[in-house]
Design a protein around this ligand. Structure first.
Ligand SMILES: CC(=O)N[C@H]1[C@@H](OP(=O)(O)OP(=O)(O)OC[C@H]2O[C@@H](n3ccc(=O)[nH]c3=O)[C@H](O)[C@@H]2O)O[C@H](CO)[C@@H](O)[C@@H]1O
Ligand SMILES: C=C(OP(=O)(O)O)C(=O)O
Length: 431
């Protein structure tokens, strides 16, 4: 099992290039099979979740060619099977997007119930309610969702009880190929919702209002070929922004859309960092002393839940008491005990973490409980005095391309290791 070993204490300084957004790319990859024409996708991140979904798409018969690390060409005309049965696909959250894509195109789909990070109970009732409202019958059989609409899908008016990224995108995909008009109210407004709508429109769909809370979709019969480049990953960018803050560094984060980072930028400025915005880059210059703040996760444009552990780790090193409230997922503080082992003072009560800032963290052996918490523990290790070992980095590999390589280019002392021998070698090397 891969681990990271980190010698902390170096301020991260330099430039880093951000890749395509994992959570946009996953939806767009699924949507790419909705046409029988060839689709070329650029700026795909080379991360495990993407590679699993590409294999699953190939597994149902689509032609998938990985032109280079960040480009794939997909042709869905050869799909022979609407039943996705791939042992890894159930482990990723975004497997549910194949449901909307296959149901929209073929009016039937069979997809295993999704997995993803264990950050809460993560129901998919809103997705299924949406498909049913479009005229599909949906059952759960033997661990899979089985959906079919023998008489076709029909446009309708859907009000989302809860703002859900996945359900908004899934319903939008299916409704793109329904008969008539669909209105989704209380829709999610995340950049990946907009990116998926833009992608579908580039294939001939008729979607208006993505990025607002009312999305209007006029169904079309067929979709056509396109070439599309995935939007930059705001969560990868935000992670490096907090890595700069926590290590008292200075990082220029390139290939980003600064507008998408506003909630993150606002918090960094509140705690005393300087954030310079450029057309497609942001520079974060940390402060000698970081200040406390309060933060509550909210749907976009609020502060993202996927950035909650990263800010918490940084606040663990700020002066004073901070309160972090998680309002999206009920189980997203599993890193708190690990952080405490590094000397942080974090008390979790329900959906709130109360963090009393400490002068310094000290290295320890910790385990990544999920993707973003794993990345946050790496940031903690980089800021801490001494050696930190992060176990279970398979979670981090789900969503960060070449995390250790990018961090090393910023001056971090971090290695990916697989054995005790390699750990000893690292320790000897760094003295
Ligand atoms: C692959 C992907 O893009 N994952 C992202 C997606 O997850 P995901 O699509 O799973 O998250 P949602 O936006 O759907 O979840 C938001 C809230 O709605 C609830 N809910 C959701 C669906 C449903 O049918 N019923 C229901 O009650 C969830 O429990 C949660 O409390 O958005 C989350 C919120 O920004 C991010 O943390 C995840 O990184
Ligand atoms: C929680 C995340 O991913 P998933 O929804 O795929 O588990 C994430 O990207 O932070």
């Amino acid at each position: 099992m891969d681990q990271y070993i980190i010698k902390g204490g170096n301020p991260l300084v330099g430039e880093v290039e951000i890749g395509g957004a994992k959570n946009a790319a996953l939806a767009i990859l699924a949507a790419a099979i909705m046409t029988d024409d060839t689709v070329r996708l650029e700026n795909l991140p080379d991360v495990n979740d993407i590679n699993v979904l590409l294999e699953a798409i190939g597994g149902i018969g689509a032609k998938v060619e990985r032109v280079d690390r960040h480009t794939a060409v997909i042709n869905g005309s050869t799909i022979g099977d609407i039943s996705v049965d791939y042992e890894y696909i159930k482990k990723i959250r975004a497997s549910y997007y194949l449901l909307g894509a296959l149901l929209g195109k073929y009016k039937k789909a069979e997809v295993p119930l999704p997995g993803g990070c264990n950050i809460g109970s993560r129901p998919i009732d809103l997705h299924l309610k949406g498909f049913r409202a479009l005229g599909a019958t949906v059952d759960i059989k033997y661990g899979a969702i089985v959906a079919s609409a023998p008489n076709g899908l029909h446009g309708t008016h859907i009000f989302m009880d809860t703002v859900s990224v996945g359900a908004t995108i899934n319903i939008m995909m299916a409704a793109s190929m329904a008969k008539g008009n669909t209105i989704i109210e209380n829709a999610a407004k995340e950049p990946h919702v907009v990116d998926t709508a833009n992608f579908l429109n580039s294939m001939g769909a008729n979607i208006k209002g993505a990025g607002t809370d009312v999305i209007r979709i006029r169904g079309v019969e067929t979709l056509h070929s396109t070439t599309y480049s995935i939007v930059p990953d705001m969560i990868e960018a935000g992670t490096y922004m907090f890595a700069a803050a926590a290590t008292r560094g200075d990082i220029l984060i390139k290939n980003v859309i600064p507008k998408h980072l506003e909630a993150i930028t606002a918090k960094l400025e509140e705690i005393g960092c300087e954030v310079e915005e450029f057309d497609d880059a942001v520079r974060v210059i940390s402060a000698k002393k970081l200040r406390r703040t309060h933060v509550k996760t909210l749907p976009y444009p609020g502060y993202p839940t996927d950035m909650q552990p990263q800010i918490a780790v940084t606040l663990a090193l700020a002066t004073g008491t901070s309160i972090v409230t998680e309002s999206i997922f009920e189980n997203r503080f599993k890193y708190a005990d690990e952080l405490t082992r590094m000397g942080a003072s974090v008390k979790v009560e329900g959906n709130t973490a109360i963090i009393d800032g400490v002068e310094k963290l000290t290295g320890a052996r910790v385990s990544a409980p999920d993707l973003r918490a794993g990345a946050a523990l790496v940031i903690a290790g980089l800021a801490a005095e001494g050696i930190t070992i992060v176990d279970d980095i398979v979670y981090i590999q789900r969503g960060y391309e070449d995390f250790e390589g990018k961090l090393r280019s910023l001056g971090a002392e971090i290695e990916r290791v697989t054995s005790e021998k390699e750990i000893q070698k690292f320790k000897l090397r760094i003295g």
